[in-house]
Structure formats: C-alpha cells, structure tokens
Design a protein around this ligand. Sequence first.
Ligand SMILES: C[S@@+](CC[C@H](N)C(=O)[O-])C[C@H]1O[C@@H](n2cnc3c(N)ncnc32)[C@H](O)[C@@H]1O
Length: 371
Amino acid sequence: MEEHLTVGRVAELAAVSVRTLHHYDEIGLVPASARTAAGYRAYSADDVERLREVLAYRRLGFGLGEIADLVDGPTADAVAHLRRLRGLLVEQRDRTAAMVTAIDRELEARALGIRTTPEEQLKVFGAQLYEVIGSAYPATRRTEPRIAARIWDALGDARTVLNVGAGTGSYEPPDRDVTAVEPSAVMRAQRPAGAAPCVAADAGRLPFADRSFDAAMAVSTVHHWPDPLAGLREMRRVARRVVVFTYDASTAGWLQRFWLTRDYLPEFAGLLADRPSLADMTRAIGGRAEPVPVPWDCADGFFEAHWRRPEAYLDEQVRRAVSVWTRVGPAAEQRAVNGLREDLASGRWAERNRDLVALDAAELGLRLLVA
Ligand SMILES: C[S@@+](CC[C@H](N)C(=O)[O-])C[C@H]1O[C@@H](n2cnc3c(N)ncnc32)[C@H](O)[C@@H]1O
C-alpha cells in the first residue's frame, strides 16, 4: 500500500471533503483503485492524477458530466490535459483582470455622476483583456523604427508575411504582402484605413494551410497566448520563416534587470510564472535568439520603453496601454506608482539609478527570435 494515499489524506491534500471523494468514486469519475486493510478507499498516483484533472476542471466551472467526457476523451494523456487546463486558466485570469478593469471604469464613471448604459453594464461579463484595455492602446503604442528595422531585416526576402497578434499593425512592413491575424474586435477596429487585411483568429489555431506564407511574424504578443508553444508551432507550420519579438524572463535574476520590476512591481513575476523559457520558445520554431536593446527614447510605449524616463510611468495613459498594469491588479499598480512618485520626488530613484543616465540603450531582456 506504500504508493497509495488514503481517502482522508487525499481529501486533506486536495482540500475537498471525504464525501466528495466517495461521490466521485461511486459515479465512476475518480475511482479509488485499492482498499486499505481496514477497507478504506486508497488512491494510486494515477488516481491522484485523474483527481487533479477533475478538480481543476471543476474549479473552472465545468459540470461533472462534462468533466467525465473531458477526462475520458480522445486526448486523455496528462500533458494534453495540463496544456488545456493551463490555457483555460490563463484565459480565466485575463478575463478576471479585464472584469476588474471594467468595474473600476464603472466606479469612476459613477463617482463622476455618469450612469453607464445597460449595454455597457453587461459588457463586463464578456470582458476579454484586449476588448477592455484595447481602446487605450493607440495613445502610446506605435512603431519604434529601430526595432522595426530589425524585424524587417529578419524577414529577409519574404514577399508574403503573416502578422500574428497584429493589433493595430505597428510593425507591419509596408513593402510586402501582409495578412494580419487578430482575435480582438476592439484592436481590429483600430487598424488604420489601408492597413493589411485582418483575419479574426487565435495564434493557437491559424486558419491557413501549411507553408501558406513566406514568413510569419509576432510582435509583443506571445505572452498573451494561452499556449505560446502551440502558437509558435502554428507559425512554423504556416510559414517557412518565423520572426518573433518577445522577452526573456527565464534567466535567473531577470526581475533585477529592470528597476521597475526590481523596486516597484515584483508582482510582474507572478504573471510569468508558467511561461515557457526562451530556450523552449526558440526550440519551438527551430531558430536563434538575438538581444534587442531598448533605445532611451523608444517610440513604442511598451512596458520597458521608459526605462530612462521614469516620470512616464506616473502617467495613467502610459500605463493603460500596457497590459501588465491591468493584470497585476489595481492595488499593486497604485502601490508601485506611489512608491515611484515618492522616490522621484526625494531623489532616491536618481540615486539608485544614476548609471542609466549615460546609456543610450538598455539590455532589458527583449529578444528577437528568428528561424
Ligand atoms: C501588446 S499587443 C501587440 C500588438 C502588435 N503586435 C504590436 O506590436 O503593436 C498584443 C496583441 O496580442 C493579441 N492577442 C491576445 N491573445 C492572442 C491570441 N491568443 N492569438 C493571437 N493574438 C492574441 C491581442 O489582442 C493584442 O492585439
């Protein structure tokens, strides 16, 4: 019985009642494959693995009947379940962040005496991250020419280019035949007139045949995909060349690299805890990673862009165009901003970061993956 756990121990570890476990056993959802000498249910490692899947789907709101179909379905191996669960959880986390933002907005509107319409009130339930924060995007997010030059150079002689997670199309090369993929209606609606045609689709399931494009590119988007490696493999499938602009958060001490995460927003680490490593992402496309230093006057207001212009982070408009600030939640955001404001006023920020003033570009872990 060594490798088995008793029903009481499993209940304790999984924070469910023994009654629940008995019920799952009786309906055949998670049968205990053994009994102790005293006749109690006992769970093997495989039983526990199945229970873990069942409880995770339960937590995501699935009914027991649906769960039975899922765990006994054709993709019943543990890795497939973990991937699917991970995707669902990431989606749920982002949706929760989007709902918090939508509610904050309604609270602000009410404080100003503005009543939201019934349509606006119901929108909170369908909130997707970029459906809520997307309208703030164009204010500070635009093409940074030095980064664009690197991306376009990496595209080589590609004539047809697929841009995945294209947003408003900031980095679409003007001299090639571009097709964009963008799941958010808000982002699609903000694409400028004359921008490349845009398909509503998800990186994880690109609606194109193998080798449909000379190249596929993805800029500042992979960290939003529920399953980044599956999306990267999709890019590899539909194009003969792949170019990805992303960041490396897998090296030890990366949190210390940028003063904003190091001193004010360590919560950023929590957003990346389950992200694949740079090596895994590079392997998924079969390519190499090149560092991309961030110029001090970077025109695209992404998270790291204002490393030498710290006052920018006090600006609500700058923060709203970067999803990190919404995803960490309003409490962490306020604390970080207040801390930074105080340190700028007292000279503490300048004291701690005096080496930065002499730099024209900073290595903050941004990478171009090229295959
Ligand atoms: C930070 S924006 C980057 C947009 C654009 N590539 C740029 O550089 O300006 C991230 C984009 O990824 C999109 N996105 C989120 N989840 C996605 C998914 N599963 N598949 C494809 N795109 C996704 C968002 O809707 C958003 O437009």
